[in-house]
Design a protein around this ligand. Structure first.
Ligand SMILES: [Zn+2]
Length: 328
């Protein structure tokens, strides 16, 4: 081989080496995620602590606006399908009450849902107790939607991140936490929402703190149990109700025979996740409800459930829309 061809090969090798080096540098840069590292640093020094803008979820928005219709002349109650969690929206005469906000991952979907329904203000927001499946998504709601009165069982020492985030959001919006007391009433025209149970002294089991509310509208009563337990159920007498939001996702810590016999709900609604790891709702509770003649609806089977009421009769509409952020 001549000198000329040797040099040619050398040059080609040099070129290949330079190319390989460039490719290696690019690969290392993208793999290490230089941008990601910057983000990590910012989070460490606290700049990216807030949740950030709620992402518009076009799919959820369209599904909601196409499938859920609020009847402005009736009481509307939406039991959102938020998987293994709780969230209910009450809409009456242009006013709203939100009870619970699902898990952290459901927050954005609930915000999008509420906005898609044309609601710009939540007049009353009730976080029943400080477990994630009830207030995890709440900071998104506070950040994105105007709120009137905000209720949460008082005096909690919970240090979980979703709770701290909620407190930050409330502080930023200058919203105080109102203490609920048994007997307190929220009134929207001829609709009355009464606090039936709450423990503001931070019981050992946070479920025991649950703010339990009962709505009376016309001849009908609606009872929302949060995750209240048998301890709360046994602490008072209960009225006959038409619709019961079953306590603690159908767990046998709640729904005692005595309580179910007193409330005698025509319709029982259980917000519960598909194939959840807790085995909820418990068969024992389903049997108890069935034996008392309650018609059972479940968010894992029936999806989002809408109740339309004129104060005399309830219409139940099953809607195939999920707000469960853990599915995405
Ligand atoms: Zn729960």
């Amino acid at each position: 081989m001549g000198r000329k061809s040797n040099r040619k090969i050398e040059n080609q090798i040099k070129r290949v080496i330079v190319l390989v080096i460039i490719l290696l540098v690019l690969a290392v840069a993208s793999k290490n995620g230089i941008l990601e590292n910057i983000e990590k640093d910012l989070t460490q020094i606290g700049i990216l602590e807030t949740v950030g803008e709620v992402k518009q979820n076009q799919e959820v928005d369209t599904k909601i606006s196409e499938n859920i219709v609020l009847d402005k002349n009736k009481l509307n109650i939406l039991f959102f399908d938020v998987g293994q969690a709780d969230s209910e929206l009450i809409f009456y005469n242009g006013k709203t009450i939100l009870i619970d906000s699902g898990n952290t991952n459901d927050g954005e979907n609930i915000v999008n849902g509420i906005k898609s329904l044309g609601i710009s203000k939540l007049d009353y927001v009730i976080g029943t107790h400080v477990h994630e499946d009830h207030i995890g998504g709440m900071s998104y709601i506070v950040d994105e939607i105007e709120i009137g009165n905000f209720y949460l069982p008082y005096n909690t020492k919970t240090t979980s991140s979703y709770y701290k985030r909620l407190l930050n959001s409330l502080t930023e919006k200058n919203i105080g936490i109102e203490e609920a007391t048994v007997g307190d009433k929220i009134q929207i025209d001829d609709l009355i929402c009464e606090i039936m149970s709450v423990d503001n002294e931070e019981p050992e089991d946070a479920n025991d703190a649950s703010i339990v509310t009962q709505i009376t509208y016309g001849e009908l009563k609606y009872l929302f149990m949060g995750d209240a337990t048998s301890r709360n159920e046994n602490s008072r007498e209960w009225e006959d109700v038409d619709i019961l939001k079953v306590g603690h996702h159908g767990s046998n810590t709640s729904s005692t025979e005595r309580f179910l016999k007193q409330t005698l709900a025509e319709i029982a609604i259980i917000p519960v996740g598909k194939e959840n790891s807790y085995g909820l709702p418990k068969q024992e509770i389903l049997n108890r409800l069935n034996n008392l003649g309650s018609k059972i609806y479940r968010t894992d089977i029936d999806g989002t459930i809408q109740i339309l009421s004129d104060g005399k009769t309830n219409e139940v509409i099953k809607i195939d829309v999920s707000f469960d952020g853990s599915e995405e």
